[in-house]
Design a protein around this ligand. Structure first.
Ligand code: RIB
Ligand code: CA
Length: 315
């Protein structure tokens, strides 16, 4: 069982990742840090609260994360991909009310599960960077690994021609995580762009009311899929970047990584948010504390089958 502290910005693929994590028998979600990113922070919190209520998992603490990047830039949101409220056409009912807990709950959770906890960060990395800054490196060393969805190595970006949205959204934070984090596993666009779920997979997942999320999945996926279709009409479905990152954590045998020290451009020019690593062949694959693990390929069939199996479970 993987104890997971999830940092996210739901967002449609984040929401599907939350559902996937809650339904997955290999995952124990021990807290959700909800921040600005695809939508403003308050909306992201409301979306997490709604999903946890649907699942009957109000025992999982919601931690209020950052509202804007470390640089002080004004955050840009993406309603054209995720909908005005982040769940496509779905608006969480106003009756969903949840207390959020203070930021230092992050350290209590890490201490409770010390050395047996994983951080999965599928949003802008601002909140995780703040946790580093407040808690110090020794706190974060109690985490077994950090899985970070971000970057675009050897492929184009998705918010600029060079940069991916999470790393570009807070380049300083992303670079800090890659620099200071230990055991950082990166799931960049070069793999997540291929983590495609097709409309026919969604029909299969929603053909019966398998669980408390079944009715939500098709409308939010269809919204996201329409947006991706506009971006690239040749796509046969949509990439679930954030779901893939949790899949990678709990199915390590299905992913291939290269071991390299990665960084993110923090220049405020057209390189902002660009992920970098030296991919030239090396004589040794030895790792050091600075080594990051960059996903470069995966078993697509296993991803799709696992997604369908988890999303149709009754957990
Ligand atoms: O680039 C993909 C990432 O940006 C995902 O985390 C998605 O939710 C968006 O925010
Ligand atoms: Ca996200």
């Amino acid at each position: 069982m993987y104890n997971v502290l999830l940092f996210c910005d739901p967002g449609i693929d984040d929401s599907l990742a939350i559902m996937y994590a809650l339904l997955n028998p290999k995952v124990n979600v021990v807290g959700i840090v909800s921040s600005y990113g695809n939508v403003p922070q308050q909306q992201a919190i409301q979306n997490v609260a709604y999903l946890l209520q649907l699942a009957g998992r109000e025992d999982i603490p919601i931690i209020a994360g950052a509202r804007s990047p470390l640089s002080g830039e004004i955050a840009i949101f993406y309603p054209e991909i995720h909908g005005e409220e982040g769940l496509g056409p779905i608006r969480p009912p106003d009756t969903v009310q949840r207390e959020v807990v203070n930021f230092d709950e992050i350290f209590k959770i890490i201490n409770n599960y010390a050395h047996n906890i994983f951080i999965v960060d599928v949003g802008r990395s601002t909140s995780l960077a703040i946790a580093f800054l407040l808690g110090g490196e020794e706190q974060l060393r109690k985490v077994r690994a950090i899985y970070s969805m971000g970057g675009a190595f050897l492929v184009p970006g998705n918010v600029t021609s060079l940069a991916e949205a999470n790393f570009h959204g807070d380049a300083i934070a992303a670079n800090l995580i890659l620099d200071k984090g230990r055991n950082v596993y990166i799931t960049p666009l070069n793999v997540t762009n291929y983590a495609i779920i097709k409309p026919e997979n969604i029909v299969q997942i929603t053909s019966q009311p398998f669980n408390s999320f079944s009715h939500l999945i098709k409308p939010i996926f269809d919204y996201y899929n329409d947006a991706y279709k506009k971006l690239d009409p040749s796509l046969s479905g949509s990439p679930l970047h954030d779901v893939f990152t949790i899949f990678a954590l709990v199915n390590p045998q299905q992913i291939r990584y290269v071991n390299r020290e990665a960084s993110v451009s923090i220049n405020f020019d057209n390189t902002k948010g660009v992920s970098m690593a030296d991919f030239r062949p090396r004589s040794t694959e030895e790792t050091t504390e600075a080594t990051d693990f960059i996903a470069i390929s995966f078993n697509y069939q296993a991803f799709v089958e696992d997604f369908i199996q988890v999303m149709t479970s009754k957990r």
